[in-house]
Design a binder for this molecule. Structure first.
Ligand code: GLN
Length: 479
């Protein structure tokens, strides 16, 4: 097995002992990136001139990683997978990127996303669709599609992503890897292209819970450039991983899990994980949330995120930012730039967003969506007075095929496929870990906890991960 497929701690030890060098790891990672690019299309840019880094005491030093292409990277093309930014080169690094640089990471590429991080299929990036390494006829999901497929394929041991509704956790589940979205503000968002500011989070993908903990411990912290960031010096993920979890309490939401009961294999997989939790001494109970409120998650998420996205992306006019298209007047320049620069999905979302933000629609659409968000967050916080977290199936199925049609008005879709946005509504720490295979494709569970309990969420995830004993694709195949 190559060192690249080992855990970050094992790679670090091997680097320290001189069994492998940062240069060898970088070359191997780049080689794999090219080898799989045609099949998977994980990357917008592969950084062939990536240099090895000095190995220090930092576990990330000298180890390759990949960054989603909506993080500003100084002097490196950053497109957000959109035609409108297809030649944009930022003049500064996002805070998460500069923190990784300080840790000694080797960035080997920028990964494909659904255009501007909107969408969940990995099919709308301007450089083409991203495929699932477990089965290239299936989606990896999105929007952090390239980061997920690159980690799942073992091209890099970890990658950065962003999560506004589920964009890290959904693809992590489809790819059989760990995906984590922290408490809102734990990781600075400076330099991440804003999608929906009240919902956007920076997070990561890794093969194991411990690996994800190392990444987040390195990038978290207060940042004067992001006023939503906070001092988290009391939250140390790696240090808390092995704490005792017995007597912790988890709940699952009955109305959502009920929708899984028709699919016996999926339901049994979830029950098996609950049994593991109980074996660890964790108490697991069923709790109810009004189904009418739960059905409102997706529409309210769409209303809020489209409204915020319309506002945030109003700078892409071809004047301050964006590939400029010809026109006789400034208005014409902007209209042509935006019409040609955005794909259909983005234009649709901006039309919805503009409609929602119109004064006469705000009360009915925008503020009602905010009210639903508030009802859900209040209910969760109420439950978190009794429980340490919520455990749920990550999605209703394995990764979909590219041509699979979804009934977006079905209860199954509204509840099972969209509940992860609860984590964004409340800014709750939320981690997805693989829970097994169905039809040789990964399925996953998610644990979401009260804000600022990221360490406990990791701790519980780590203990469950040990019980589940899932083997990531890259580890399985590269043995
Ligand atoms: N799939 C969701 C959407 O379409 C989530 C996107 C995200 O988290 N960036 O907006």
């Amino acid at each position: 097995m190559s060192y690249l497929d080992k855990s970050l701690k094992e790679i670090h030890e091997a680097l320290k002992e001189g069994k492998v060098t940062s240069k060898e790891l970088t070359e191997e990672s780049l080689k794999r990136a090219h080898e799989y690019q045609e099949e998977l299309n994980s990357f917008v840019t592969i950084l062939d001139d990536a240099k090895d880094e000095e190995v220090t005491d930092n576990v990330l030093s000298g180890i390759p990683c990949a960054i989603k292409d909506n993080f500003s990277t100084k002097d490196i093309l950053t497109t957000a997978s959109s035609n409108i930014l297809s030649d944009y080169v930022p003049v500064f690094d996002a805070t998460a990127v500069s923190k990784l640089k300080n840790a000694g990471m080797v960035m080997i590429g920028k990964t494909v996303l659904d255009e501007l991080a909107m969408g969940g299929t990995g099919t709308t990036g301007h450089t083409g669709i991203v495929r699932n390494p477990w089965d290239p006829t299936r989606q990896i999901g999105g929007s952090s599609a390239g980061s997920a497929s690159a980690v799942a394929r073992g091209i890099v041991p970890y990658a950065l992503g962003s999560d506004t509704g589920d964009s890290i956790r959904k693809p992590a589940g489809y790819g059989g890897i760990v995906g984590y979205k922290p408490t809102y503000g734990l990781v600075s968002r400076w330099g991440l292209f804003a999608f929906a500011s009240s919902l956007d989070h920076v997070g990561c993908f890794a093969k194991t819970v411990e690996d994800a903990a190392y990444v987040i411990d390195n990038i978290k912290g207060i940042d004067e450039k992001d006023m939503t960031s906070f001092d988290s010096s009391n939250i140390n993920l790696v240090d808390s991983l092995n704490n005792d979890v017995s007597e912790k309490k988890l709940f699952y939401i009955k109305e959502i899990v009920d929708k899984l009961k028709d699919d016996k294999e999926y339901y049994d997989n979830f029950l098996k994980v609950l049994d593991y939790a109980k074996e660890l001494g964790i108490e697991v109970k069923e709790e109810s949330i009004d189904e009418n409120i739960l059905r409102g998650i997706y529409p309210s998420y769409m209303a809020i995120s489209c409204a915020e996205a319309t506002s945030n992306n109003s700078n892409l006019t071809g004047i301050p930012f964006g590939n400029r298209k010809e026109g006789r007047t400034p208005d014409e320049v902007m209209i042509n730039t935006r019409t040609e620069g955005f794909s259909e999905l983005i234009r649709r979302r901006f039309v919805i967003g503009s409609f929602i933000l119109q004064k006469e629609n705000q009360e009915k659409l925008f503020f009602n969506a905010q009210r639903i968000r508030r009802l859900i967050v209040d209910k969760m916080n109420d439950l978190f007075k009794t429980y340490d977290g919520c455990i749920m199936p990550n999605a209703g199925s394995i990764a979909p095929k590219f041509d699979e049609e979804l009934d977006r008005l079905s209860d199954k879709y509204l509840l099972l496929e969209n509940h992860l946005a609860i984590g964004n509504f409340g800014g709750f720490p939320s981690i997805t870990i693989p829970s097994g295979l169905i039809d040789n494709m990964p399925v996953a569970i998610n644990i979401t906890g009260p804000i600022m309990t990221d360490d406990l969420v990791f701790n519980i995830a780590k203990k469950l991960e040990e019980k589940i004993g899932f083997e990531p694709l890259s580890v399985k195949e590269e043995k």
